[in-house]
Ligand binder design. Structure first.
Ligand code: HEM
Length: 216
């Protein structure tokens, strides 16, 4: 079996370096924007469940009231809109700083289906190195790029529902008002799946949580 170093020499996407590097793992702005985004995403999801329950797309399916936020439709809408501004402005700041600093390309690219499959199998067989938290493996790159795209889809479909008259093109791109609700629901479900997998991955490598809290 090739070592992570040998794999990396052949194809830098395939494996992170095995030797931990000193210094900061996540700069302060990444940590602050990550935690604010996580807070906003969770508040939006829980209040969104209460809003959904007031007019379910799938009549047979409702979220248990106890796990929703807002108490009633009006309260849930207030939470949803308040957290929306945090998610949009903080999310844009996270993206702008990542792109302007070159971190986005450095940390998340390149990523290919082959590398994701390779690292996924390596993860399942316990052969994926987590020694250097500075370098994301291909599965992490894919998951983080995926959730960023998913959050953008959530915001755009939400906008098509909220301001459907003011943004007719967006509404039509979503397949109409009713379809925009389904897109919004599917994007929420994918984010919920991401959160479940993300938390499991963090639990498997608890050092990564420390690094996201204190930077190293
Ligand atoms: C709820 C919505 C969440 C979203 C959308 C989200 C998204 C992300 C993204 C995009 C990254 C990569 C950040 C970067 O390097 O630029 C990341 C990393 C990370 N997140 Fe989250 N996150 C969420 C919640 C959480 C929660 C609740 C925890 C902990 C309990 C957590 C712990 C971490 C850790 C430890 C990392 C770094 C892990 C690593 O080294 O791969 N996240 N998250």
């Amino acid at each position: 079996m090739a070592t992570p170093h040998a794999l990396r020499d052949r194809d830098p996407q395939l494996a992170p370096p095995a030797v931990p590097q000193p210094g900061t793992i996540h700069p302060l702005w990444v940590r602050v924007t990550h935690w604010l985004n996580a807070l906003a995403a969770i508040l939006m999801m829980l209040s969104g469940w209460r809003i959904y329950d007031a007019s379910p797309i799938f009549p047979a399916f409702r979220f248990p009231t106890d796990i929703t936020l807002g108490g009633w439709l009006g309260g849930a809408l207030q939470w949803h809109f308040a957290a929306m501004w945090l998610l949009v402005f903080n999310g844009l700041l996270y993206l702008a700083l990542n792109l302007a600093s070159g971190r986005f390309v450095r940390k998340f690219l390149p990523v290919s289906p082959r590398a994701v499959l390779h690292d996924f199998i390596a993860a399942l067989t316990g052969k994926l190195s987590h020694a250097d938290l500075r370098v994301y493996n291909a599965v992490q790159k894919f998951a983080y790029l995926f959730v960023v795209c998913d959050l953008i889809a959530l915001v755009l479909s939400g906008l098509a529902i909220w301001k459907s008259v003011q943004f007719p093109l967006l509404r039509e791109l979503m397949g109409g008002y009713d379809n925009a609700r389904i897109v919004h629901f599917c994007a929420m479900s994918l984010m919920a799946a991401f959160i479940a997998v993300h938390l499991a991955m963090v639990a498997l490598v608890p050092r990564s949580l420390l690094a996201m809290l204190r930077g190293r």
